[in-house]
Design a protein around this ligand. Structure first.
Ligand code: IPE
Ligand code: IPE
Ligand code: MG
Length: 222
């Protein structure tokens, strides 16, 4: 089967808490399992020649969660961005999308910033799949920042000028948006880039999202 351009799959990784609750485990255990499953899904996506995999790790709305849960999720992102050897073996280039560290509303703590910067730098030469992790990300915040930048540059507001001022202008349109755990919401994820995306809803909680699910999502695009 010929693919015209590399596929872009975007996953809203939901249901970690429910996965844990159904096993009588603390929510944090669900996030840990979710991070481990993401590492597996990255391998599966590379095998399937996915060009771009973008995952929602933590939203601008998620900061209101209990402090201990947020701290645990922060630590897991440090771990995720620390998987540099694995990413290099897979020829995966990692990126991050979210509120720029120097913007007044940004909330990513410095130790996570450092892990993000290091991972981006240490995988920059890879030419295979691009893995983009959304952390402290919100689609509305991204669009407001793009429109402000367009206006500050004195440019007319057009689709092209907005494209150019998104957080990651190189991110292609999303082909398939995946939402796990039986929820059917977009939850402020990639509002601009996902405008034309097909949507694959899966009943699996994110830690249980597997190869069959990924194949169903990919099949939607082809
Ligand atoms: C997704 O799982 C992870 C984040 C939003 C950080 P949840 O933590 O939202 O899990 P549920 O929805 O409570 O099951
Ligand atoms: C969406 O999940 C955000 C992430 C997966 C990081 P949420 O669990 O935060 O979404 P809502 O609030 O149920 O829509
Ligand atoms: Mg949720």
């Amino acid at each position: 089967m010929t693919v015209e351009r590399p596929l872009h799959i975007a996953c809203i990784m939901d249901g970690n808490g429910r996965w844990a609750a159904s096993r009588d485990l603390p929510r944090t255990a669900g996030h840990t399992a979710g991070e481990e499953n993401l590492a597996e899904i990255v391998r599966l996506a590379v095998d399937r020649d996915v060009g771009w995999l973008t995952v929602f790790g933590f939203s601008t709305e998620n900061w209101v969660r209990p402090r201990s849960e947020v701290r645990h999720i922060l630590g897991l992102h440090e771990k995720l961005f620390g998987r540099i050897q694995e990413l290099n073996e897979l020829d995966v280039r990692i990126q991050w999308i979210g509120r720029p560290f120097d913007s007044p509303s940004a909330r990513t703590p410095r130790y996570v910033q450092r892990a993000i910067r290091k991972a981006i730098n240490d995988t920059a030469g890879n030419t295979g799949m691009v893995l983009t992790v959304a952390f402290d990300y919100g689609g509305r915040a991204e669009l407001m920042s793009a429109v402000r930048a367009v206006r500050a540059a004195g440019e007319p507001v057009t689709p092209e000028s907005i494209d150019k001022h998104l957080y990651l202008p190189e991110l292609p349109p999303v082909d398939v948006m995946v939402r796990t755990s039986g929820e059917q919401r977009v939850s402020n994820f990639l509002l601009w880039q996902g405008a034309g995306a097909k949507i694959h809803f899966s009943d699996a909680a994110w830690p249980d999202f597997d190869a069959d699910d990924l194949d169903r999502a990919i099949a939607l695009a082809r």
